[in-house]
Every structure is written in C-alpha cells, then in structure tokens.
Ligand binder design. Structure first.
Ligand SMILES: Cc1cc2nc3c(=O)[nH]c(=O)nc-3n(C[C@H](O)[C@H](O)[C@H](O)COP(=O)(O)O)c2cc1C
Length: 208
C-alpha cells in the first residue's frame, strides 16, 4: 500500500531488510510500480544501462541462498576472533523469506561507443545503474515493501544463474517483499558491527 511519505520521510524510513520479510509474495502491480520508479532514474547520456531480472522460482532462490551461505562462511573465516563473534548473529540476506529476488544488471555497451558524458569517466555508466537501485529502494519504502541488498556472491555464479548475456554484469541481488516492520536502526549498528558517521565528518567546505 502506497503511503503518503515525503521524500525525506522515505529516505529516513528506508532500511536494508534481512529478518523482517513476512513470507507473503509481493503483489505484481506493486512490483511493476517499483520497477517503473527504478527505470526513471537519471543516467549518463540517457544510456539507461540497467535491466531487472525478477526471480521467484523456489529452486533458483534455494540455489542462490546456498551459494551466499558459502560466501558468508568464507567471510566469517577471514575475520579475527573478536570480529567473527560480532558477525556471527548478523543475518546478511532474506533470499528465501522475501520470495522475490531482483537481479539488477549493468550493460556497459548500452548506448554505443559515444555515450554523452561517459568519455571522461568510464564508471559513470555504473553510477547510473546504482541510481536505479536507489530509486527502487525508496519507491519500495513508500509502498511499505522491504528491500535487502545482497552482495555475498561470485559474479560469474550469479550471471550464470540469472542467464545473463555475455558482457552484462550483475550489480545486485535485491531481496524484495512485504515486511512485518522496518527496523529504525540499521542492523549493523544494532549488532555492534559499525555505526553511522556523524554528518559533520562527511561535510567539507572548499577543500577536503
Ligand atoms: C553495495 C551494497 C552492498 C550491500 N551488501 C549487503 C549484503 O550482502 N548483505 C546485507 O545484509 N546487507 C548488505 N548491504 C546493506 C548494508 O549493510 C546497509 O545498507 C548498511 O548497513 C546501512 O543500513 P541501512 O541500509 O538499513 O540504512 C549492502 C548495501 C550496499 C549499498
């Protein structure tokens, strides 16, 4: 259900969701509304280099969740004991519970060779795809829908799982679905992993 949130309220309420998915399947009309918000993102040279692969097959969700579990183990093993203990209770995905995954992809060849504004900054295409993700995340928040970004994967594995053509890169797996609630404080802060920086530290005037 769309809520009448201001942009500031949606930004404030947005959360990375892991444990709060209700298990209901996202309504398809809502999904399309959210994807249309993503698709209206700004992009370098109007190249619109993104695509959205919507995945709801339980077998594919299981296969991705199993892969992510291995990557989580790899990360846990790389940590010193004290950080490993802090990391241990932190949930890093809600792949099965959300029941819908969106693989957001990036095609650097979209728009041809002469993308206006990308001749100086190659990554400007990638920035555009990430802006589509932010639009998606905020629109979902305004719909009362949760989103969780999963990045614990090997790109070739996900490219193969989602059937991506050669040269199309997976940028994110987004778990998306109805939620029981949105946390007020980010999980990584609640679990003592890392807190938000004060705004003062991020603002610089005239020079860094
Ligand atoms: C590029 C990117 C990758 C992320 N990957 C993961 C991930 O693999 N698992 C996870 O639980 N959260 C992931 N997150 C979510 C962040 O942990 C989260 O945004 C951050 O802790 C702040 O919390 P908030 O989004 O609720 O404000 C990712 C976020 C971004 C932007």
């Amino acid at each position: 259900m769309t809520q009448d949130l201001t942009v500031y309220e949606a930004i404030e309420r947005r959360r990375d969701v892991r444990a709060e998915f209700s298990g209901e399947l996202l309504d398809d009309d809502v999904l399309v509304r959210i994807l249309s918000a993503a698709h209206r993102a700004p992009s370098v040279g109007n190249s619109q280099p993104w695509d959205f692969v919507v995945i709801q097959s339980p077998e594919t969700l299981d296969a991705f969740a199993a892969h992510v579990a291995c990557k989580r183990d790899d990360f846990a093993e790389s940590l010193p004991p004290e950080r490993a203990a802090t990391f241990s209770p932190i949930k890093i995905e809600g792949i099965r519970e959300s029941r819908t995954g969106i693989v957001v992809t990036h095609d650097q060849s979209r728009g041809g060779q002469h993308v206006l504004g990308r001749h100086t900054i190659t990554d400007a295409g990638l920035f555009s795809t990430v802006l589509a993700i932010q639009n998606l995340w905020l629109a979902a928040t305004a719909e009362g829908i949760g989103v969780g970004w999963v990045s614990f994967y090997d790109e070739p594995f996900l490219a193969n799982l989602a059937g991506l053509p050669e040269g199309v890169r997976p940028i994110a797996w987004l778990c998306i679905g109805p939620v029981t609630r949105l946390q007020e404080v980010p999980d990584l802060e609640r679990f003592g992993w890392r807190s938000r920086r004060p705004l003062d530290e991020a603002i610089h005037r005239e020079r860094f």
